[in-house]
Design a binder for this molecule. Structure first.
Ligand SMILES: [Zn+2]
Length: 373
């Protein structure tokens, strides 16, 4: 890794080289071996900076910089993830490439460039860690709901004073994220009665008809003005065109800005009953990530970051966004500032890229924030 100090700018070429190293290792959420390969590289960087490192259950790695167990000051928690939404082989059709001020490739913006920028910022501290030290968690499953890492993230948050998340800033505007919607999903399984569609339709009870009614009823639970959206994104059902269908399943995506809204929608989903009493419905699921509600502590952290950015010569807006992150788990516990990764656009999309012309500014910001927070 390239060096950097207060007086010099981040070494963009070295950052690009490190990003190339990480992004060349494809690491879809479902492949723990591939994800460990990414983690091994990052752990090497952490050790080079003197971190104490170890692995937790489920594959999450933790790197501690200047943390003293008996210290009176709690550390800064920093959240990162090594998985991406991209399957193996994506690099064949979406190779890493630089075009002008943009570096394209799967997993670059979300969030391998965030990891690289973090380690360049940590290196720039030259061993002067934040008060209480810094704890970096590198998780393997953020893109699929953090099922194994959630407990580690919440435990670490209880032992920390603030959380910084190096997910990318808001696309194009480069704004930090001071709030995120909570995310949840439901799966509804409908069971009706099969029958011949021509000879004895009256003996059948259509699971698809019940599901169709449910779609409209459940989506009507949305309250966009309050930030609540409900969308049936997947449907599967039926066995043949001439059979009254006995089976149908729906998958429902839920986003909420408050816990109260999550509870209102969940209660209504569970209480929903088919018009035809011969059809039964089974509901599983619920809220996965709680809402990351803007708190005074988070806004104070944002104002501190904005002051640093202004001092460095750029303005730093903020936004509340619909997508969830692991910051949703820490925000109910400690002040959390998200979007401190690399600027760019195209998360989970074919045009995923990092903005090379703006990346250094965000690394300088993170360096100063780590020093002053
Ligand atoms: Zn991410």
């Amino acid at each position: 890794m390239g060096g950097m100090s207060e007086s010099t700018l981040p070494d963009l070429k070295a950052m690009q080289a490190d990003l190339h190293t990480l992004a060349s290792i494809e690491s879809p959420s479902g492949d723990p071996v591939a994800i460990q390969r990414v983690m091994d590289v990052v752990e090497g960087w952490a050790r080079d900076l003197g971190a104490e490192t170890h692995a937790l259950g489920g594959g999450t790695r933790v790197f501690r910089f200047g943390v003293h167990p008996a210290g009176s000051e709690q550390p800064v928690l920093i959240l990162t993830h090594a998985d991406t939404v991209w399957p193996h082989g994506t690099l064949d059709s979406m190779p890493l490439r630089v075009d002008g001020e943009r570096l394209y490739g799967p997993g670059t913006y979300d969030m391998k460039a965030g990891i690289v920028g973090l380690f360049h910022a940590l290196r720039a501290l030259r061993g002067e860690w934040p008060r209480g030290g810094a704890v970096v968690l590198l998780s393997p499953d953020e893109e699929i709901g953090s099922l194994s890492s959630r407990v580690h993230i919440e435990q670490a948050a209880h032992a920390a004073r603030v959380a910084l998340v190096v997910e990318p800033p808001v696309a194009d505007t480069h704004a930090l994220k001071t709030g995120r919607k909570g995310t949840g999903d439901f799966c509804l399984t409908f069971t009706g009665v099969a029958s011949h569609a021509g000879n004895k339709p009256e003996e059948g009870a259509s699971a698809i008809t019940a599901a169709a009614q449910a779609i409209l009823d459940l989506q009507a639970l949305a309250r966009p003005a309050e930030g609540t959206t409900v969308s049936v994104g997947l449907i599967q059902g039926g066995s043949a065109v001439n059979v009254i269908p006995a089976h149908c399943t729906l998958h429902v995506d839920l986003r909420v800005s408050t816990l109260a809204e999550a509870e209102r929608v969940a209660a209504a989903v569970r209480a929903w009953t088919p018009r035809d009493p011969r059809v039964t419905v089974q509901v599983v699921g619920g809220l996965n990530r709680p809402p990351f509600e803007q708190s005074p502590g988070t806004l104070a952290l944002y104002e501190q970051a904005r002051g640093i950015a202004l001092d460095l010569g750029f303005d730093l807006p903020s936004a509340v966004v619909g997508g969830g992150s692991d910051g949703n788990f820490t925000a109910p516990i400690i002040p959390t500032l998200d979007g401190l990764g690399a600027p760019g656009d195209g998360a989970h999309a074919a045009h995923e890229h990092v903005r090379l012309d703006r990346w250094s500014d965000h690394v300088r910001l993170l360096t100063r924030l780590l020093r002053e927070v």
